[in-house]
Design a protein around this ligand. Structure first.
Ligand code: SF4
Ligand code: SF4
Length: 375
């Protein structure tokens, strides 16, 4: 099984370096993935401008460890991402990436210009545009953060590649997928297969549980994980956290598309998950089971059955981040208050993702209420 999980208790720089080096070592060492003179693009999760202690973004120590290893073999390293709302420069300062770039003399590259994916042989979506730096790099190293996600359950190795979609195009993809989590998971897999990271290194030292990816609760887990296969890495992490694979839309779609060896099951990861991590209590978002809704009933579903975002007026500071990100223009300012037009809303929960004040909560849909009663 080509997934490695290493214990790492804190962000002490040398402890993180040893854990990352050891995990990659078990996969054959960094030279197995990166050669002298190659251009290596590191893709951490730089969702928004927050301090590392909030655990919203990949911790700089994990990025530093990977960068050091790549530099040691003589690669040209850059760190890149495309935050959805905040300025890239501000995100890099807040998240600690500027410090690493200065110290190790590496570039910070904002994804601004898209290029069309050429090899679409394995894709469902036949036209996808990703940051041109993805195609210019010789190698991509994917460095996600372990977090929950209110729409996709978890954001781990596969989903982190969505950051290679340039800025506003992210909202357009949400709009295209509409209420369908399955379609969005299909897109995430297409993007992952197009980016084809050589290696995924997960920052699971501190993660986020509850209603992530921004407003959840920090959770100490104490691991770094590594794999050449982000889908397998994601499944190993789900197993470690006792989350049923079937609840994870990316798994359901990967299984449908035969992207996972059918002989692989949770017990396949038994040997790689250290005993002390096998029963970590971990709170995940409760998702509506929209995948059981018959096709053609989407409009009805959206309006009456699926949990809807609600703006808590007392917490809202009217920054309008939610309004800026909404792919459907469903959030409006009316008499100095933000309101949601539920006829337009597609329940993508991007607004909840970017709200720094945790002012967007959920009103449970009928599906979720029934499911909760049954199970
Ligand atoms: S992002 Fe949050 S705080 Fe800002 S306007 Fe929207 S609900 Fe209010
Ligand atoms: S209101 Fe929120 S959940 Fe609805 S479409 Fe806009 S961003 Fe998505």
């Amino acid at each position: 099984m080509s997934v490695v999980i290493r214990e790492c208790d804190s962000y002490d720089p040398e402890s993180v370096y040893r854990a990352v080096e050891s995990a990659i070592g078990e996969l054959g060492g960094i030279r197995n993935f990166v050669k002298r003179g190659e251009r290596v693009l590191l893709k951490p999760n730089l969702l928004s401008a927050h301090e590392p202690s909030r655990n919203i973004t990949t911790n700089p120590e994990v990025v530093r460890a990977v960068a050091r290893l790549c530099k040691d073999v003589g690669a040209h390293v850059a760190i890149g991402d495309s935050p959805a709302l905040d300025s890239f420069q501000r995100v890099c300062v807040k998240t600690g990436m500027v410090g690493i770039a200065d110290e190790l003399n590496i570039d910070l590259v904002e994804f601004t210009h898209p290029a069309v994916v050429r090899d679409i042989s394995k894709n469902v979506f036949k036209r996808i545009e990703l940051a041109k730096q993805v195609f210019e790099a010789d190698k991509i190293i994917n460095i996600p953060k372990l977090k929950t996600h209110s729409q996709m359950l978890m954001t781990l190795g596969v989903k982190n590649n969505f950051g290679t979609v340039v800025k506003q195009a992210k909202a357009e993809w949400h709009s295209t997928a509409g209420t369908s989590r399955e379609l969005f998971a299909t897109l995430l897999l297409d993007i992952y297969l197009s980016v084809r990271p050589s290696l995924t290194i997960l920052d699971g030292i501190w993660g986020m549980e509850g209603m992530g990816p921004t407003n959840g609760v920090s959770k100490h887990i104490g691991i770094v994980a590594a794999s050449e296969h982000a889908i397998l890495l994601d499944l190993a992490v789900l197993t470690m956290l006792n989350i049923e694979w079937e609840r994870f839309p990316v798994f359901r779609q990967a299984k449908l598309r035969n992207l996972i060896d059918p002989s692989i099951e949770p017990s396949s990861f038994k040997g790689i998950i250290p005993d002390k991590f096998s029963k970590i209590p971990f709170s995940i978002p409760k998702l509506d089971s929209m995948n059981v809704i018959p096709k053609g009933l989407e409009a009805l579903t959206r309006k009456y059955l699926v949990s809807k975002p609600l703006i808590v007026k007392e917490l809202c500071e009217r920054c309008e981040r939610c309004r800026s990100i909404c792919p459907k223009g469903a959030i409006k300012r009316v008499r100095n208050e933000l309101t949601i037009d539920y006829d337009l809303c597609i329940r993508c929960y991007c607004c909840q993702e970017v709200c720094d004040r945790d002012a967007i909560r959920f009103k449970k849909g009928i599906f979720l209420k029934i499911t909760e009663r049954l199970f």
